[in-house]
Design a protein around this ligand. Structure first.
Ligand code: 5AD
Ligand code: SF4
Length: 471
């Protein structure tokens, strides 16, 4: 696919940072210590984008709050993958009337995938006057400039440039945690699965240069991060748009070379181009977690074709077998859509059968949601919501049973886990993850956060494992 790589120069980012300094002065004069609230919906890519928003906001002198009544600036970073997420966003943005009334100078921005859709930007323009600023994912890099326009003009600002997307390096970042970090390796998607809005709102696939990614990984390790998740809509096409002959497996191997004790995870992989080389690399790189999120979406070949997934159930199963032959301890998860337009009960049963064959450690299941402008939105869809719900419940029951059975197999085993945070509960106060990414609750000292330790698994259910720390 012809795509012209467009980079935002570092000078442009420095200019945005200079605007941050100006905003800082204006805000301090107005309110003293300004506070910002960033509310994030959707996927990890959006979490990573919110860390960039917070980076800019921190340079504007903002502290952070979760209370909309204390915030001087509110940014709602939205998702468009399913209608449910959009409804939640609209409901919550509507509620911001109250905080704005109580705090008249409050600035409210809505950004992200939802508003990159024209009809949604229009909806906000016409029905949500409380919103001062709207910008899409392609406009995030110049958020300071847009915010300044809101602060100095009297008009609302709408910036949702239609484009294939940019590569931006050097933006300030304020990460959420101290143990786990997101590291974007590429942006956008070229696959155009017929149900999915992502390629329309996030633009074409574009990879960051390997040297920039490795430098960021090195920095993360130096700062003490222990769990690095490489992010992309489809990491398996990493590098195809670059001229340096580095594919995703090579990238993992390069990051694996960085000295230090840390784990490399990644998501998401498209089954059509996961390679044997990738599985081999995962198995041989000692820092790479044996964890694979491989969304199958459906187990029936007609449905897979209508979804434009470009693999068959048989081919998918062969890949799973191949991956497991390299990593017998592989933790495998998936996404599944129930009730794709035209899916019959029999076709749905093929999905259940595939799940019984694969036996996923965890499955993320969704009822199909019609997305404006996608090919599937025009396909005949005879099944009722109730029929889809029955299928969904059956699949969820299957998923939960298999997860519980898989977790039961851990009981009595000693596992190496990374302690990554607190749970807020007294009995099991710490949370941790196995190499494969399974959640293990523990009781222990908070000083263990950020450490790899051995634990004995004592029990488990569908959602989590419970363990004891050895002597
Ligand atoms: N309806 C329901 N689920 C969807 N997903 C993507 N688009 C839709 C849609 N229109 C699911 C897919 C994808 C996950 C991130 O969200 O399963 O893998
Ligand atoms: Fe959407 Fe398919 Fe791209 Fe995933 S691979 S983001 S499901 S179009």
């Amino acid at each position: 696919m012809a795509y012209e790589r467009k980079e935002i120069s570092i000078e442009n980012i420095r200019a945005q940072e200079a605007i941050c300094a100006r905003i800082r002065e204006m805000l301090t004069a107005r309110v003293g210590q300004p506070l910002a609230m960033v509310d994030t919906y959707g996927c990890q890519q959006n979490e990573a984008d919110s860390e960039k928003l917070r980076g800019y906001l921190a340079e504007m002198g903002c502290g952070f709050t979760q209370d909309e009544f204390s915030a001087d600036i509110i940014v709602v970073n939205t998702c468009a993958v399913r209608e449910h997420a959009e409804m939640r966003v609209l409901g919550n943005v509507g509620q911001l009337n109250h905080s704005k009334k109580a705090k008249p100078g409050q600035i409210i921005a809505v950004c992200g995938c939802m508003v990159q859709q024209e009809h949604m930007a229009e909806k906000i323009k016409n029905s949500y006057p409380v919103v001062d600023l709207v910008f899409g994912p392609h406009d995030l890099w110049h958020f300071p400039e847009l915010l300044l326009r809101v602060m100095t003009g009297k008009k609302r600002v709408f910036a949702t440039e239609r484009c294939d997307g940019y590569i931006t390096e050097g933006m300030p970042l304020k990460r959420d945690g101290k143990v786990k970090a997101w590291l974007s390796v590429m942006y956008g998607c070229n696959n155009f699965c017929t149900y999915c809005i992502v390629p329309y709102v996030r633009g074409r696939e574009r990879s960051r240069r390997p040297e920039d990614i490795v430098a960021e990984a090195r920095q993360l390790v130096a700062e003490g991060y222990k769990d690095i998740t490489l992010l992309g809509q489809n990491v398996n096409s990493y590098g195809k748009d670059l001229d340096c002959n580095v594919d995703f497996a090579d990238l993992i191997a390069m990051i694996n070379e960085i000295p230090g004790e840390f784990l490399i995870r990644f998501m998401t992989s498209h089954p059509k181009d996961a390679t044997e080389k990738l599985f081999k690399t995962m198995a041989t790189c000692e820092k790479c977690a044996h964890q694979l999120h491989l969304p199958v979406q459906a187990g029936n070949d007609r449905v897979l074709e209508a979804m434009n997934r470009r693999y068959t159930a048989e081919k998918y199963l062969r890949q799973v077998e191949l991956a497991r032959s390299y990593m017998p301890d592989l933790v495998l998860t998936t996404d599944i859509i129930v009730g794709f337009p035209g899916e019959t009960d029999e076709e749905f049963e093929d999905t259940v059968k595939l799940c019984e064959k694969v036996r996923y450690d965890a499955m993320f299941t969704f009822i199909y949601s019609k997305r404006v402008g996608t090919p599937a939105a025009k396909m005949p869809d005879a099944a009722t919501r109730e029929q889809k719900q029955v299928r969904f419940d059956k699949l969820l029951e299957t998923a939960n049973r298999i997860s519980a059975e898989k977790h039961a197999e851990y009981i009595g085993k000693t596992m190496r886990v990374l302690v990554d945070g607190v749970t807020g509960k007294t009995e099991y106060n710490l949370s941790s993850r196995t190499n494969g990414g399974r959640l293990v609750h523990l009781k222990g000292d908070e000083a263990l956060i950020g450490k790899f330790i051995d634990v004995k698994i004592t029990s488990g259910n569908t959602w989590a494992l419970y363990g004891e720390i050895g002597e």
